[in-house]
Design a protein around this ligand. Sequence first.
Ligand code: ADP
Ligand code: ADP
Length: 228
Amino acid sequence: MILLSNVSKIYPNGSTALDDISFFIERGEFVFIVGPSGSGKSTLIKLLMHEEVATSGQVIINNDDVALLKRREIPYLRRSMGVVFQDFRLLPKKTVFENVAFAMDIIGASRKEIRKQVPNVLSLVGLSHKAKSYPDELSGGEQQRVALARALVNNPAFLIADEPTGNLNPKAAMEIMELLDDINKRGTTVIMATHAKEIVDRMKKRVIAIEDGKIARDETRGGYGNED
Ligand code: ADP
Ligand code: ADP
């Protein structure tokens, strides 16, 4: 679970990105974080990944206050989260298989585990037939599915997606959303920051709307709302 309690983030230049944010995300939820550009969505995601540290308040993930984690404990926190980004961030000189395998390599998985698990996740995202392709041979939707496979290969408790459909055509975007929904139904908590009004309105999931660094709405089966 994720608990934010009165969290504020003020960057060193004095700009307030988050202002007294509190929410609780239960294991297994699917949550959209919506809001106009500059409202604080990316900052929120960086706090969850411990790429940035809250100026005040508490960020609690799986019962641990992340501010109190020792340096050597941070890799374990990161391992519990898979992340996908708008721009895919695949390694261009590695094949699809190698891109996914790399995430397992980093955590010291054995060759045997890699040979077993990579085909499993590639099949989950429908890309078994592209294992030997390179990223520039794939469509945008396919590249994002590789990124999803890589994010999921180590079985994270959370999947964090920052504008994952931002570079995709509507059809590829809906395919990614169906995959995220499947992944969520298998038990992974999904947290997705987005601007995509049609997607948010169609999915009918929990919506946390941020405006000017504050929570404007938190609705169980919400829509995007009227902002931006
Ligand atoms: P969003 O993801 O919703 O566009 P951000 O979290 O990127 O919002 O930004 C929220 C606010 O914090 C904005 O005013 C932005 O200019 C500011 N901000 C973001 N990152 C930094 C940074 N590294 N240093 C200073 N200000 C930042
Ligand atoms: P989309 O409809 O998502 O835009 P594309 O038209 O880009 O898809 O790609 C359609 C198919 O062609 C995909 O299966 C993709 O893997 C393949 N493809 C696209 N570009 C290349 C390329 N440069 N080399 C080999 N295969 C490609």
